[in-house]
Design a protein around this ligand. Structure first.
Ligand code: TXA
Ligand code: MG
Length: 318
């Protein structure tokens, strides 16, 4: 076993409360039955995730929503219709069917319908939804290919369902509701502009490390093992760190002049969606080069550029 495209192997493992890796359009997930405390406990243990950090529940269609959540605000229904299947997670009032372990004791549950044909097929064959965090050890870069998951967990997973390269490449955008009003908990693959076009202006939670509404908001997260800096002025950082083995993470253009070990260019044509899709794979590659430092360029602060900057800020140690 290991990496496979065989859904029957995946179903068989999940039915006996084992956990497996699943592809989604955002990142790979570490999945188990959302109705099984045994499976959920295995996810937390393998990921070394603190129990205060709740999981996202994946369902096969909006029709299933009432099995896991209740008291749906009107704007939640509008968003589900507009964007599911897709990279949008809604935080809603939880039903008793979902164990407290999944939601870290909260009375809300995070839910989404992933837009990946293989995983949608799998979900339709199961009698339960799948709880799944991103398939990386807590705090490290999310996986966008089956090989990344294999690199992290190797033989600890009997099934890694291979759905190819993730088409979005960044996590889902998380929206909660306070007094019926939508509020951004985590920037992600669906831009704020697109969400606002459906439901109007969005509130946003300020960062709070002590009691994060969504721990995806923790200030240090998604980090490569290599020291990483984010800057508007890459030239200046190259100058002040001369003599080090440096890798660059850039939007459109390669740098000439000061020599570096490696440069990753995310989108020569300046397409933010293309850049988002390739971001984590580029971070994985840079992290494998044994560099002293990664210097990332700040992206334009609109659309998915905002999400990319947010992820890069969290990757920055200091
Ligand atoms: O794209 C994604 O969302 C991927 C794929 C696998 O679906 N999943 C993902 O899961 O990114 P994870 O566990 O890495 O991030 C889940 C985020 C965390 O920041 C968690 O705190 C938040 O969702 N979350 C889950 N339940 C919540 C709740 N009830 N209230 C607030 N935030 C919640
Ligand atoms: Mg994650």
């Amino acid at each position: 076993m290991g990496i496979t495209r065989d859904l029957s192997l995946a179903k068989e493992a999940l039915d006996r409360n084992a956990i497996i890796a699943i592809p989604t359009e955002t990142v790979y997930g570490l999945a188990g039955s959302a109705f099984s405390e045994e499976a959920i406990a295995k996810i937390f243990a393998l990921k070394k995730r603190p129990f205060y950090n709740p999981l996202i529940v994946h369902i096969h269609s909006a029709d299933y929503l009432t099995e896991v959540a209740s008291d749906l605000p009107e704007s939640a229904i509008a968003l589900a219709h507009a964007f599911w299947p897709g990279p949008l997670t809604l935080v809603l009032k939880k039903k008793a069917s979902i164990p407290d372990l999944v939601t870290a004791g909260k009375d809300t549950v995070a839910v989404r319908v992933p837009d990946h044909p293989l995983t949608l097929d799998l979900l339709k064959q199961l009698d339960y939804p799948l709880a799944a965090p991103s398939a990386n050890p807590f705090g490290s870069i999310s996986p966008t290919r089956a090989s990344h998951v294999q690199g992290y967990f190797g033989d600890d997973l009997e099934v890694i369902l291979d759905g190819g390269e993730c088409q979005r490449g960044l996590e889902s955008t998380i929206i909660g509701f306070e007094n019926g009003l939508p509020i951004v908990y985590r920037l992600g693959s669906l831009s704020i502009e697109r969400i606002q076009a459906e439901v109007g202006p969005l509130l946003s939670r300020t960062l709070d490390d002590t009691s994060p509404a969504a721990p995806g908001m923790l200030s240090r997260h998604y980090a490569p093992a290599t020291d990483t800096l984010l800057s508007d002025n890459v030239e200046q950082l190259l100058f002040s760190h001369s003599g080090k083995r440096i890798g660059l993470l850039l939007f459109q253009k390669e740098r000439h002049g000061r020599p570096v070990v490696h440069q990753e260019i995310l989108s020569p044509s300046g397409d933010l969606e293309e850049a988002a899709k390739g971001l984590y794979a580029a971070m994985h590659r840079l992290d494998e080069l044994g560099l002293d430092l990664i210097i990332a360029e700040r992206f334009p602060d609109w659309g998915l550029g905002r999400t990319i900057n947010d992820k890069l800020e969290r990757a920055t140690k200091i």
